[in-house]
Design a protein around this ligand. Structure first.
Ligand SMILES: Nc1ncnc2c1ncn2[C@@H]1O[C@H](COP(=O)(O)OP(=O)(O)OP(=O)(O)O)[C@@H](O)[C@H]1O
Length: 332
């Protein structure tokens, strides 16, 4: 199993030492003389393996340790403890062959030069990655086509829309045709159409080149659309590694049932069938445990004046919120 892993993390750990500083003048003086530190356990003993061609979502609330993990896997920072192998390389050695295999895209950072056309930055990247001219042209053409950027690459970057800029960032980051993509919030701040376009592109790129993708996003729709498997991190620790559907089953072992009744009923009449979340006129919303769902639904149809009934998965956002409320689970 592990020999086909293209990204491997073993007990990966990063602690930051942050200097404590008091606000007062005396505090500043004390700070210089007897500096005190606080330890931030940004990432603590994280282990996982990602196979070639997999698209894995990396979920966690703010400050959970996602960016720190990506920084270690791309070799931007050294871990405090633990091992990592990406494409067979130790990331923090930053070997040239390693850098040619990976890319890191951060939604809140840009590499394109603001006042120059995106094409100029692409040329710079082509020189750094030693891409021959003909191949360079072919790749720019192909990626621009996939991203819907044809005709947008010769005007200054500042004249592009936010969505176009993000797409051009992706193009710049993929020119050297990396095997492993680390995408940190690639759809941050984009409108819904641009989010979908970026998402579709990542899927198409993965399918065409068999690239491996590790992706963080605050938009659950991104994760749901792209990733079959998710890693969930909370307070630096890995809570869950497994299928997205398994996440719902494990952390939200219930379904949402929406009812339309022939006539309004009081809450007490519905309570025996599940946890009543909402009653409004003839409509009601209940949470019912997955175990025994069929029996309860059958009973409702028999005993209540049901006109319409719908069984739904709880929203992913709600599931994730539950995960972070109960940070003790581990598994996959
Ligand atoms: N250079 C640093 N020095 C000190 N502490 C840091 C540093 N970088 C990150 N941290 C801390 O490490 C923890 C993890 O941060 P990280 O940026 O990895 O989280 P994240 O999951 O990416 O969060 P977000 O979704 O907000 O980007 C946080 O408590 C953060 O404040």
């Amino acid at each position: 199993m592990q020999d086909e892993a293209v990204v491997l993390a073993q007990d990966l750990t990063k602690h930051y030492r942050v200097a404590l500083k008091e606000e007062s003048l005396l505090g500043t003086l004390r700070h210089f003389l007897f500096r005190q530190y606080r330890l931030v356990r940004a990432v603590e003993g994280v282990s996982f393996a990602i196979r070639r061609g997999e698209v894995v979502g990396f979920l966690g609330p703010n400050g959970a340790g996602k960016t720190t993990t990506l920084k270690m896997l791309t070799g931007l920072i050294h871990p405090t403890r633990g091992k990592a192998l990406v494409g067979g390389h130790v990331p923090w050695r930053r070997e040239k062959a390693f850098l040619k295999k990976i890319t890191l895209v951060m939604g809140n950072k840009q590499q394109l030069i603001w006042d120059l056309p995106a094409m100029d930055t692409f040329r710079l990247n082509a020189a750094i990655y030693e891409i021959p001219e003909a191949e360079f042209r072919r790749r720019v053409g192909e990626l621009a086509e996939m991203l819907g950027l044809v005709g947008k690459l010769h005007q200054p970057v500042r004249k592009l829309s936010l969505g176009e800029r993000m797409k051009a960032e992706l193009l710049a980051a993929l020119l050297h045709r990396p095997e492993v993509l680390f995408l940190d919030e690639p759809t941050l701040g984009l409108d819904v159409n641009a989010q979908v376009a970026v998402r579709d592109f990542v899927r198409a790129y993965n399918a065409r080149y068999g690239a491996t993708v590790l992706l963080t996003s605050h938009y659950m729709a991104d994760i749901a659309a792209l990733a079959d498997r998710v890693l969930v991190i909370h307070q630096g620790r890995l809570l869950y590694d497994g299928e997205l559907t398994g996440l719902t089953a494990r952390f939200a072992p219930y379904r949402e049932v929406r009812l339309v009744l022939a006539r309004p009923l009081p809450q007490e009449a519905l309570a025996p069938f599940g946890e009543v979340r909402e009653v409004e006129g003839r409509e009601a919303r209940l949470l019912i445990p997955r175990d025994g769902l069929t029996e309860r639904v059958a009973l409702m149809l028999k005993r209540l004046p049901v006109e319409d009934l719908e069984v739904k998965e709880p929203p992913l956002e709600e599931v994730i919120a539950r995960v972070f409320q109960s940070p003790k689970e581990v598994g996959g």
